[in-house]
Structure formats: C-alpha cells, structure tokens
Ligand binder design. Structure first.
Ligand SMILES: [Zn+2]
Ligand SMILES: [Zn+2]
Length: 402
C-alpha cells in the first residue's frame, strides 16, 4: 500500500471509532491530539506545496503561480494557499520553529505567523533571534503570537513596516450603492489608523445616549447617519458651486398641510412618507417654486424655517436633547416643531424642542407624541396615544394637557 492509501485508510478507520463511551475528559484529550495530527499534516502540505513550486508543477498546468494552482485544485482561498506556500518556504531555514511544531509545542497558525515575519523582514531577518521567538511563542495563544511578530517587525524592519503601511493605505476603498428599494449598502476597507478613527467616533455616538431596545449594529448605523447629518447641519462641509451640502426634498403645499390625497413628497427622487417629510421640514431651508403646466415660472428666495434669533433662544433654553435621559449636546440636536409648521405651528421657542437625530425620528416616524405640560414636556408612546385618542373619541370629560 502506498503512503497516501495508508493515510486515507487510517483516516477512514478513525472516522468509524466508537465514541459512545467518550467522557468529556477523553473527548478533550482527543481534540488536542487530533489538532496535533492536523498540524503535522499542514506542515506536510506546506512542504509539498513548496516542492511543487520549485519543480514548476503549476507552470506545467498552465497556472502562473502556485497559489492560483492550489486555489483551483485544492479548493482553498488565496490567503490560505499563500499561507501554506510561505510556511513551506520559510520552514526550511527555521530549525527551531520546525522542531517545536513537530513536538506539538507550537501550533501551525503560530508557526505560520513566525514564517510570515521572516518572509516580510527579508534582508533584516539576520536581526531576528529565532530561538527566543519560538520560546516565547510556545507560551502564547495565536493572537498573541501574531501581535508579537507585528511588534518585532516594527523594531527590526521599520522601513519595511512603513512600506507595508503605505501599501495597506493604498488598498482603502468605500462604495455606497442604492438598492432598488432605496436602502443603501456600504462596502469599505480602511487602513488601520483610518479604521480606528471611524470606529472610535462611531462607538462614542453609539454607546452614549439612552438605553433602549436598539442592537449595537443598529446603534452603529444610526451613529454614522447622525454624524453625516451633524456635518451638514454645521455647514462646514466644502460647498459645491457655492451651495452647501444638503438633502433636497420636493413637496407640494397640499403635502405640507397634510391634506388627504396629496401626492408623495420626494427626497433625491425617492418617495418619502408624510412623517419623514415633516421631520426633515422641522429644520430646513424652504424655496418656493411655482409651476405653470409643469414649467417653473417663479422661484422664491430661500428662507430658513426657523429664524436665527429663535434658534439662539432655543439653544440657551435646552442645552441638550430634551428626551428623558438623553445627553446629546445641543449642537447635536435639531429643533422639533411640537405642532408642525406646515399646519400652522409657530416657529417660536414655545413650539420648539431640541431633539437628537434618533429621538427626533422616534417622535415623527416612531409615533411618539410630545405634549407640553406647563414648563415640562411629556413624551407619550404610540400605544398610549391610541388609548388617549379612543378616550377622546368617547366624548365629554376628556381634555388633553396643553
Ligand atoms: Zn420634528
Ligand atoms: Zn436624544
């Protein structure tokens, strides 16, 4: 029997072993030993892949590189294949790593991290002390070994590390695409420093504020949207042909007044609900355009929905988002009209309330109602609102706090 047939027979025999009487201790021991066998086979695979490369076996099959040959023929990802080829190449000159791997003191993934360090360090590899690296790595988990190798690389090969950083930076990209239903997909890869900056800023927004039922991933998405709104609200983004970055909403007088049968308003050519229209209009600049038979015949001057003096008074009064328990500072809030201005609500402080992006959305789209009770504001959840409406419909005796 040749050696491959013998290995396959041994694996087949192992797969039908009697597991009925396995205790957790026995199973744990088996897992440890099994990993050692798999790691030993990984080393064999890596050495064999390297020998195949040196023989030019991949070229004979029309593949320009051994990695692409492994991807096609061994059902591996490019990263896994390159990892094995690197280990196969470097292990030839790393006796301490090879010995520790063979004894089972070093796992394959940790050995691979050391091999990658030697490959990356190239001419500076003379400055590495393999034996000391292996002694430390034997006491560590895989993530710690990778971290150790990264740090050692910065010490022995600072120029190479800088080159790698520049290469990583060149790989950055971000695509935002709109789906047919108007949802947006973001696909991005950022360099280590840029990624850390974005993550830190988003987490600062995602982890502060009220405790509510949102998942962390939803809070991170909200944080990104909130950051975009904040940047536009501050008006410090670069202008395009003299116009500040803003969202464009097209609507009609009927829709603003909430009249039944009014056509859908549009945000960047996508229809939006009446509730979203009202939220976006709480703090906006309005331009009137008159049409005659679909042709614009008059464009009025753009005016802010809220006068700067009213805005200043509101900032002095509110200081932060007025939602109970929310600590978003005032410059991260928008003025909400308790009675919508399109239906006659005044744009003066008694009818205005500072709310952060999420709580402003909760009031409009989420159906919460804000009720002024003396100097205080009460936030009534949607379920309670429907009960109140029912009481009101029942007739006399009910009066809404105002
Ligand atoms: Zn509002
Ligand atoms: Zn808030």
């Amino acid at each position: 029997m040749d050696s491959m047939a013998a290995l396959k027979a041994a694996v087949s025999a192992f797969r039908v072993r009697d597991q009925a009487a396995f205790t957790t201790t026995a199973r744990g021991e088996e897992l440890r030993e099994l990993r050692e066998v798999i790691d030993a086979l990984e080393v064999e695979f890596s050495s064999s892949a390297r020998a195949f490369q040196l023989q030019g076996g991949h070229l004979a099959n029309g593949c320009p590189g051994v990695v692409s040959w492994l991807r096609q023929n061994c059902k591996m990802s490019g990263t896994s294949a390159a990892d094995r080829v690197c280990v196969g190449k470097q292990l030839e000159a790393l006796p301490h790593t090879a010995k520790s791997l063979a004894n089972g003191r070093l796992g394959f993934q940790s050995a691979a991290a050391i091999c990658h360090l030697y490959e990356q360090a190239a001419e500076q590899r003379e400055n590495l002390v393999e034996e000391a690296l292996v002694v430390h790595a034997e006491q560590m988990g895989v993530a710690e070994v990778r971290d150790l190798c990264r740090r050692v690389r910065y010490v022995v090969d600072p120029e190479g590390s800088q080159r790698d950083e520049e290469f990583n930076f060149s790989r950055r990209r971000l695509h935002i695409s709109a789906l047919s239903d108007g949802m947006h997909v973001i696909d991005a890869i950022l360099d280590p420093v840029g990624g850390a900056a974005v993550k830190t800023a988003l987490e600062a927004l995602a982890t502060s504020g009220t405790r509510d039922g949102r998942k962390h991933s939803q809070r991170m998405a909200d944080a990104l949207v909130e950051m975009a709104h904040h940047a536009m609200d501050e008006g410090k983004l670069p202008t395009k042909r003299g116009v500040r970055a803003h969202l464009n909403v097209s609507t009609t007088l009927e829709a603003l007044q909430g009249l039944p049968g009014a056509g859908a308003s549009e945000l960047e050519s996508m229809p939006i609900s009446q509730k979203t229209l009202e939220r976006l209009c709480c703090d906006c600049t309005v331009s009137r355009v008159m049409f005659a038979e679909s042709v614009p015949i008059d464009v009025g001057r753009a005016t802010r929905a809220i006068h700067p003096a009213a805005r200043r008074a509101l900032r002095a009064r509110d200081k932060h988002c007025r939602w109970p328990g929310c600590d978003r500072p005032i410059n991260w809030t928008s003025p909400h009209h308790i009675e919508f201005w399109g239906r006659g609500g005044p744009t003066t402080p008694p009818n205005l309330l500072s709310l952060c992006w999420f709580h402003h959305r909760l009031v409009h789209e989420g159906g919460w109602q804000v009720v002024k009770a003396g100097e205080e504001y009460r936030f009534i959840p949607p379920q309670q609102m429907s009960v109140l409406k029912e009481w009101r419909a029942r007739g006399p005796g009910y009066s809404r706090a105002a």
